[in-house]
Design a protein around this ligand. Sequence first.
Ligand SMILES: [Zn+2]
Length: 340
Amino acid sequence: MFLTHWLLLALFCDTYPHVNGWGRVGHSITVRLAQSQLVDSAPEWIRSLTPWHWNGNLSAMSSWADSILSENNNPTGYANWQWSRILHYVNIPDLSCDYQPERDCINDQCILGAIKNYTKRLVTEHDHIQQEEALYFLIHFLGDIHQPLHTGFRGDRGGNSVVGTFMNETSRTNLHFLWDVGLIEVRLEKDFQQNTSLYYDYIYQLMINQTSQIDDNLEQLNEQNINLICSQIYFDENNVTMNASTNFTLGEIYYQRNIPIVEQRLVDGGRRLGVLLNRLAKTRSQQPSDKKPKLCSGTIALIVILCLEGVLAIVGGVLIWLRFKNKLSTTYSISEFSKT
Ligand SMILES: [Zn+2]
């Protein structure tokens, strides 16, 4: 039933391993949940950083960081963005079950470093375009890090090399893709008539019924990811460990065991991103320099051009006037001379 769709996506996933995080549905839900949590100055600030034609809908940009990497979506520009590929995940040594920043995130070149970096840039950059770019990366990476396999074992590329079949499909898939897209797709088909809006409403209800507090401590979240990959995600329905040399056959039991985790992670991602954006909006509004209106580089360039044009017009006017004046005085002198 899902064959064609899954096959295409699985092929895409094989070509671009370890990067996608949630599929478009998961990322979109995460960002929409976050946007529903914005308060005070945050909604207007986010709207100002969203393309006008999206009418403030930030979730439309939630998969931008993936789409720029793909030759299909960005045929003439994808090569220029490959530097950002490594920022979508963090790798740890195979079965090590621990994260060491100095070993696993050298020079902040991993998802944890990227979130830290773009969080900072979102409030310190003065250029509007740089702020937009920081925001679009940030909302995506916050989603990615809630997909537990984005803290992955280096050897199997975060589960991309662990392959098998799911839900009696004949086409093969892989563990990473299953967590990115497969589990959510089955949930949508089973219980929501593949209607993403209905599914969003369901996840939203889950979110507003949460009673626990949430923070934006991502180191702790990363530890929880490691705990999940070391204690649950790699275990098949007979509790046998899956790896790159086995061929898994997963179905209803694996789905029922793990879909609650996926949905809790969507909720947590939305809440955490909301908390973070509200905090950044507050920080930004308290910066003294922020009270002054800022001009983007394009506006400044336009003002300079208009000023130059104004100066040229004035100089031109003066020259014409001087020439006209000289002509008048010459004519007057000749006529005076001819009278004598
Ligand atoms: Zn991603």
